[in-house]
Design a protein around this ligand. Structure first.
Ligand code: 13P
Length: 254
């Protein structure tokens, strides 16, 4: 059975290791008793190793991983290195990285090498704007096709797809709320693309929603958004709010 999953993307927060440990311990405390929900926290790289020691229950993920194992790639961190220090997931293709020039083909290489390293990729897709002619469906389709090109059928269940409409993310200027209907419609679309490409193996691939999710609307997205979990940014920086989101997911899990 696929467990529902709640992932916290801390982005470039908090400033110090001490604060990171406090936040992480707060999350760990708030989720005792949780059994049916998988929990992942993705902190900045340099906190991973320390946080690993603080909880067995929380899985750790990175926010990016370079392809290759080792080599002359100044400033990069590989999936192998991340696995070695305890990370088991990795966010790839986040819109904030795409905005700095990361392409679908870069993301494709990163997905392939992360899988080889033993990490589960969390592939982010989503449009910046919604146009009246629904061109955003084509954009998401292209992101999926290019990012997942050459991935083996047998690996697709290890990949998580996070639909994150950029216009709904908390840091987007003049952001707008996405609805559970927006999420469900896109999730059905994504599921169809996966099924056409990978067949029934893809039925185990989890699809998540992300974009300003908080403790007030989490149940709406989980119940009516057609998703098996959430990718939470800002609200994951508050242990109490994040814990509430996890508990909502737990109650709704069958
Ligand atoms: P917010 O929840 O802050 O909108 O962030 C969403 C996100 O980008 C998670 O990856």
């Amino acid at each position: 059975m696929k467990k529902n999953i709640i992932i916290g993307n801390w982005k470039m927060n908090p400033l110090t290791l001490k604060e990171a440990e406090k936040l992480f311990s707060g999350v760990a405390k708030g989720i005792s008793g949780i059994q049916k929900t998988e929990i992942v926290i993705c902190p900045p790289f340099l906190y991973l190793e320390k946080l690993k020691k603080l909880s067995k229950k929380i899985n750790l993920g990175a926010q990016d991983a370079f392809w290759g194992e080792t080599g002359a790639f100044t400033g990069e961190v590989s999936g192998e290195m991340l696995y070695e220090i305890g990370a088991r997931y990795v966010i790839l293709g986040h819109s904030e990285r795409r905005a700095t020039g990361e392409s679908n083909s870069d993301i494709n290489k990163k997905i392939k090498s992360s899988l080889v390293a033993g990490l589960r990729p969390i592939l982010c897709v989503g449009e910046s704007v919604r146009d009246e002619s629904h061109g955003y469906f084509n954009l998401v389709k292209m992101q999926l096709e290019e990012c997942l090109a050459g991935i083996q059928r047998g690996s697709v269940s290890k990949i998580i797809i996070a639909y994150e409409p950029v216009w709904a993310i908390s840091s987007t200027p003049n952001r707008q709320d996405a609805s559970a209907d927006d999420s469900r419609e896109m999730s059905i679309f994504i599921r169809k693309i996966l099924s056409d490409k990978f067949g029934k193996e893809s039925s185990r691939t989890r699809i998540l929603y992300g974009g300003s999710v908080n403790e007030k609307d989490a149940s709406e997205f989980l119940e009516n958004g057609g998703v098996e979990g959430l990718l939470v940014g800002r609200a994951s920086l508050d242990a109490k709010k994040f814990g509430e989101i996890v508990k909502i997911c737990e109650v709704l899990s069958k």
